[in-house]
Write a protein that binds this ligand. Structure first.
Ligand code: C2E
Ligand code: MG
Ligand code: MG
Ligand code: MG
Length: 279
């Protein structure tokens, strides 16, 4: 950034950069009001148990319906929200909405699935996650064993002692924890062993080259074995083809998630996927 270069340095300024920074500024301005204008929504993607073929869980994924830009991806607005100090508020909304949705499926008499919610680095570090989780469960009536938090590897490996403490508290409440995008960070195996977690979610970049002759197959098999040796479940994300699913089943992976079974869909659309063999 130009600012980092110091007062006396110059940076070339192009119309394209101008347009980009303008877009960014206007996005920031509207992000500030997005919550109060009810522009956030959640979509859901099933996690399928490779043994039963049934949906065993669901991941909530945030979407921002921008009035002019249309659907904005969380890959864009989550980092922005973090920079703007809005992540705690948005994260709280996501958690509460997801718990409410899950409890209402249970109340409809649908097979009981667990709801997974992504928690960002900053939210985990700065917010009182334990208190927020208590509130969300309380308000929705969802029993804690039906809530799972997905935390990325990099978050977990920073401030290990403090994080392990927070995770212990969540675990003691009955909540499940999984490590998201596993394999992309730098987990220390000895830390991993000490973390109170339930599952490793294999990053989709590895799943993606299972069937090419890249290193994907070896890495995926290794992570599945690692998970099982640590008595954790192995979940593969980004499964798009039958070949990938077959490979994963053969290697003993527990659950898969990906476009092969379903794209992330609205809460209403997800209902048709309950109670069916999806494999
Ligand atoms: P993630 O938690 O690893 O979620 C998986 C992402 O992969 C989702 O992207 C999902 O739509 C996409 N995906 C699922 N199946 C497939 C597939 O078969 N092929 C491919 N190519 N992609 C697939 P999405 O919804 O854009 O979310 C991106 C990331 O944004 C998430 O990655 C998560 O880290 C973050 N995110 C999403 N919702 C939230 C939220 O509520 N809070 C926070 N803090 N982060 C969120
Ligand atoms: Mg996730
Ligand atoms: Mg993931
Ligand atoms: Mg991912």
């Amino acid at each position: 950034r130009a600012k980092d270069l110091g007062r006396n340095s110059y940076q070339l300024y192009t119309p394209a950069m101008n347009a980009r920074s303008f877009e960014r500024l206007s996005m920031e301005a509207s992000l500030r009001h997005a919550l109060s204008r009810h522009e956030f929504t959640l979509v859901y993607q099933g996690k399928i148990d490779l043994n039963s073929g049934r949906m065993s869980g669901v991941e909530a994924l945030a979407r921002w319906r921008h009035p002019e830009m249309g659907l904005v991806s969380p890959v864009e607005f989550i980092p922005l929200a973090e920079n703007m100090g809005l992540i705690s508020e948005i994260g709280a909304w996501v958690l509460k909405a997801a718990c409410r949705q899950c409890q209402s499926w249970h109340e409809l008499g649908l097979p009981r699935v667990r709801m997974a919610v992504n928690v960002s680095t900053l939210q985990f570090r700065e917010g009182d996650v334990v208190e927020l989780v208590k509130q969300a469960l309380d308000e929705s009536g969802l029993p804690p064993q039906y809530l799972e938090l997905e935390i990325t590897e990099s978050v977990l490996m920073q401030r290990v002692e403090e994080n392990a403490q927070v995770l212990q508290e969540l675990r003691a409440m009955g909540i499940h924890i999984s490590i998201d995008d596993f394999g992309t960070g730098y987990s220390s195996l000895s830390y991993l062993k000490r973390m109170p977690i339930d599952a490793l979610k294999i990053d989709r970049s590895f799943v993606n080259d299972i069937t090419e002759d890249g290193d994907g197959a070896a890495i995926v098999s290794t992570i599945i074995n690692l998970a099982h040796n640590l008595k954790l479940r192995a979940v593969a994300e980004g499964v798009e083809t039958q070949e990938q699913a077959d490979f994963l089943r053969e290697r003993g992976c527990d659950e898969i998630q990906g476009f092969l079974v379903s794209r992330p869909v609205s809460g209403e659309d997800l209902v048709s996927l309950f109670d069916r063999n999806l494999l």
